[in-house]
Design a protein around this ligand. Structure first.
Ligand code: C2E
Ligand code: CA
Ligand code: CA
Ligand code: CA
Length: 277
């Protein structure tokens, strides 16, 4: 993105104008893109640091390969999909595809406790019928509910937490799990943790980034490990890029991790059986 000058009062900025046209164009192209198969999923391994980096699961991440514009980053198109409501159709596709992809691998003998993580936007979660959508994705794929973790960002829970909590409870009744994503970045108070049902936390990448150079980031990670322990929930550190970060996490007692150090997100077809890595 281009940097804007300090404080401008111009009404029509060419830059802003083209940005909003670009957004409008992307929104209009999303539904046809879904129908034409321009979306696909890549999967990033989740490893267990206490078991020599064994792969214990994967996070599904959405990609949009646009025929003319190339790869459009999810940080750009997902907010647009949320605003325009198209995240409902796209999210439904993501759930069905991811459950199906992993269920096929389980049939081929992948570890039965393999954890599939799927990102869910709060717009989806608070939509009536969402729990039924998850149920249908599980039923049609044959994926057992306890192989599925839905990730929901902490910042979105800040605004819609109360509405979401009913859906979260029903998802857990199904046997699926819920993890709070980007933990540590989105809330000013942690009191919501006592009222929202959840099974896991994901430490935001920004804390992992700084933890080997910066004592404060390390202290925060240490506190999050303590929170996960006291709530007796799973913990995954994301964005682990160096062996030093992995070692520091292991020292602090964070068992699960994800990041370029262990593997970039790639299509599941490019994976080898995690049991034989
Ligand atoms: P997220 O859920 O926090 O996903 C982690 C992001 O960090 C991914 O970016 C991943 O590729 C990236 N990443 C993983 N390891 C490393 C690392 O070691 N270093 C660095 N620098 N980055 C790493 P990605 O794939 O671009 O996704 C961005 C965001 O888009 C996701 O953040 C998530 O919020 C959203 N997203 C992706 N797929 C979906 C989806 O299917 N549904 C919804 N609602 N949101 C999605
Ligand atoms: Ca995530
Ligand atoms: Ca995250
Ligand atoms: Ca994120």
């Amino acid at each position: 993105a281009k940097r804007r000058g300090p404080r401008t009062s111009r009404l029509f900025e060419p830059d802003m104008m083209s940005k909003s046209m670009e957004r409008t164009r992307l929104i209009a192209e999303m539904a046809p893109a879904l129908a034409r198969g321009e979306f696909h999923l890549v999967y990033q391994p989740v490893v267990d640091l206490s078991r020599g980096g064994r792969v214990v699961g994967a996070e599904a991440l959405l990609r949009w390969r646009h025929p003319r514009s190339g790869m459009i980053p999810p940080d750009l198109f997902i907010p647009l999909a949320e605003e325009s409501g198209q995240i409902l159709a796209i999210g439904d596709w993501v759930l069905r595809t991811a459950c199906h992809d992993v269920a096929t691998r389980l049939h081929r003998g992948w570890p039965i406790d393999f954890d599939l993580h799927v990102n869910v936007s709060v717009r989806q979660l608070i939509q009536s019928g969402f729990v039924e959508t998850v149920e249908a994705a599980l039923a049609s794929s044959g994926l057992p509910a306890d192989n599925l973790t839905l990730e929901i960002t902490e910042s979105s829970l800040a605004t819609d937490g109360l509405l979401a909590s009913d859906a979260l409870t029903r998802l857990r009744d199904l046997g699926a799990r819920v993890a709070i994503d980007d933990f540590g970045t989105g809330y000013s108070s942690l009191s919501y943790l006592t009222s929202l049902p959840f099974d896991g936390l994901k430490i935001d990448r920004s804390f992992i980034n700084g933890m080997t150079e910066n004592g404060q980031a390390r202290t925060i990670v240490h506190s999050i490990v303590g929170i996960a322990r006291s709530f007796d929930v799973h913990l995954v550190a994301e964005g682990v890029e160096t062996p030093e970060q992995a070692a520091a996490l292991r020292d602090l007692g964070c068992e699960r991790a994800q990041g370029y150090l262990f593997g970039r997100p790639v299509p599941l077809d490019d994976w080898t059986d995690p049991a034989h890595r």
